[in-house]
Design a binder for this molecule. Structure first.
Ligand code: ADP
Length: 385
C-alpha cells in the first residue's frame, strides 16, 4: 500500500556506482523527471559530471550505502560488484532497492544464474560448477567435452575479465584454482557460435514488460565492440528469442532494465548471461529509438509507467571507443559526418572503454562505416570484425 514514506512515484533516485551507465542515467534524469544522487568512489568518476548530487563512498561500504539511502527514495545500480548481504540488510531496514537484492543475485552470482535458468528449463551452455580442481565430477565432465571448456568466475567478472579460454588441461586446472580463490567457478562447453545477440527488456513496477528489438553484438577479446540493429536473426529465431526473454524476465522479476545476452548456434539460441542494469548493447537506443534504455530504466525504478519503444531509423550501429596505444581525438571523432559521439569523461588508458559512437541510417553499411570512423578517430584499439 502506498503511504507517505513509500510514495508511488519516487523523484529522488540513488545510483550505486558512478561509471558510464550512471553518467548516461544522469543525462536522462530530466526526461525521466527524477533527481539522481550517485554513490561515487571519487569525484573523478564518470557520472559525477551529470548527476545532480554526489555521495562519496564505495559500493560495498555499508555506511556509505546508508548515507545514500537517507538522501533518496529508491536505489538502483550502475554495476553488479555489490555485496548482496549488505543489500539484504538495507532492504530489511526498509530501504527500497530496484532491482531488489533477490533479482540482483542473478547478475551478481553467475553460478546461481546458471542453476536457476537450468532448473527453469531455459537453454544454457552445458556446465559444471566447482570450488576447486579436485572436484570429483571434473574428470568425467572434461572427458564428455569435445574441446577444452571455457572457465568463468562466478562473481566479479565483466567485459570478458573472469572469462578464460584455457589451451591445455593443465592450464584448465590452474585457472580453476586461481579463480576458486574468489568463489565458485563455472566450466562450460565451448560453443561454436554463429553469432551473438542481445535483447534489452524493461520491467515496470507493476510487472509489465517493454521489449527493445534484438541486436547483433560483436566481441573482441571477450569485450563487446560493436552492436548492430537490426539483428541478423530470422523471424523464427526472433520469435523464439522474444519468448525466452519474457521467460527470463518473469523468472528474475527485477524492476528496471535487464539485458539478456544470447549465443546463436546451429542448435538454436542459448542464454549466455543477464545483466540487471542499462547495458552496452542498449546504448544505440539513445538516438535510435523513441525512448532510450536510460530514460526507461529511471522511469521503471521510480515507479512510473513505461513508454512503448519503436526504432526511429531502419538501421543503427554502435561502436565502443576503447583506448588505443595513444590518445585519440574527440574533436575529430565529432567531425565525422552523421555520428553521435558519447564521451565518458574518463582519462585515456589502453584497453579502457572511453566512450561510444552511434550512427543511424536507412541501410546498414553507411552507419557502420561512419560509426567505426568516429570510434577510430577517438582511439579504438580493436579492429573491425
Ligand atoms: P562477461 O560477463 O565478462 O561479458 P561473458 O560470459 O559474456 O563474459 O563472455 C564474454 C564473451 O566470451 C562472450 O560474449 C563470447 O564471445 C565468449 N564466450 C563466453 N562463453 C563462451 C562459450 N561457452 N563458448 C564460446 N564463447 C564463449
Amino acid at each position: 500500500m502506498p503511504n507517505d514514506r513509500q510514495p508511488t512515484v519516487a523523484r529522488r533516485v540513488g545510483v550505486v556506482g558512478a561509471g558510464q551507465l550512471a553518467r548516461m542515467m544522469g543525462e536522462a534524469a530530466n526526461s525521466a523527471k527524477v533527481e539522481l544522487t550517485v554513490l561515487a568512489a571519487s569525484m573523478n568518476d564518470s557520472a559525477v559530471a551529470t548527476c545532480a548530487k554526489v555521495e562519496l563512498g564505495e559500493a560495498i561500504d555499508r555506511a556509505a550505502l546508508r548515507r545514500l539511502a537517507e538522501r533518496v527514495e529508491v536505489i538502483t545500480f550502475d554495476h553488479e560488484l555489490v555485496d548482496l548481504e549488505i543489500l539484504q540488510e538495507l532492504e530489511s531496514s526498509g530501504v527500497t532497492l530496484r532491482p531488489s537484492s533477490a533479482a540482483l543475485r542473478f547478475a551478481v552470482d553467475k553460478a546461481y544464474q546458471r542453476r536457476s535458468f537450468a532448473a527453469a528449463g531455459l537453454p544454457v551452455p552445458r556446465c559444471l560448477i566447482v570450488r576447486s580442481s579436485n572436484d570429483e565430477l571434473l574428470p568425467d565432465f572434461l572427458e564428455s567435452l569435445s574441446a577444452l571448456p571455457v572457465v568463468k568466475a562466478s562473481r566479479g567478472g565483466y567485459d570478458g575479465r573472469g572469462v578464460i579460454f584455457p589451451s591445455s588441461r593443465e592450464e584448465t586446472f590452474a585457472v580453476i584454482d586461481e579463480l576458486a580463490a574468489r568463489g565458485e567457478v563455472i566450466l562450460e562447453e565451448r560453443q561454436a557460435l554463429t553469432s551473438e545477440v542481445a535483447q534489452v527488456v524493461v520491467s515496470a513496477l507493476d510487472g509489465s514488460l517493454v521489449f527493445y528489438p534484438p541486436v547483433t553484438t560483436v566481441q573482441s577479446d571477450g569485450m563487446c565492440i560493436e552492436v548492430r540493429f537490426p539483428s541478423e536473426l530470422n523471424d523464427a529465431q526472433s520469435a523464439n528469442l522474444h519468448q525466452l526473454s519474457e521467460r527470463v524476465a518473469r523468472l528474475i522479476r527485477g524492476v528496471g532494465v535487464m539485458a539478456i545476452e544470447y549465443f546463436v548456434t546451429v542448435d538454436g539460441l542459448i542464454i549466455n548471461e543477464v545483466a540487471l542494469r542499462p547495458h552496452n548493447t542498449g546504448h544505440w537506443t539513445i538516438e535510435g529509438t523513441s525512448a532510450s534504455q536510460f530514460t526507461q530504466h529511471l522511469r521503471a525504478v521510480s515507479g512510473q509507467t513505461l513508454d512503448d519503444v519503436s526504432p526511429l531509423w531502419p538501421c543503427a550501429v554502435m561502436v565502443n571507443v576503447v583506448g588505443g596505444s595513444a590518445p585519440g581525438s574527440l574533436a575529430s571523432a565529432r567531425n565525422v559526418e552523421g555520428v553521435f559521439v558519447h564521451d565518458y569523461g574518463k582519462s585515456w588508458r589502453p584497453g579502457r572503454k572511453l566512450g561510444h559512437v552511434t550512427a543511424l541510417g536507412d541501410e546498414p553499411v553507411t552507419p557502420r562505416v561512419r560509426a567505426w570512423k568516429g570510434a577510430r578517430a577517438y582511439g579504438t584499439v580493436t579492429q573491425e570484425a
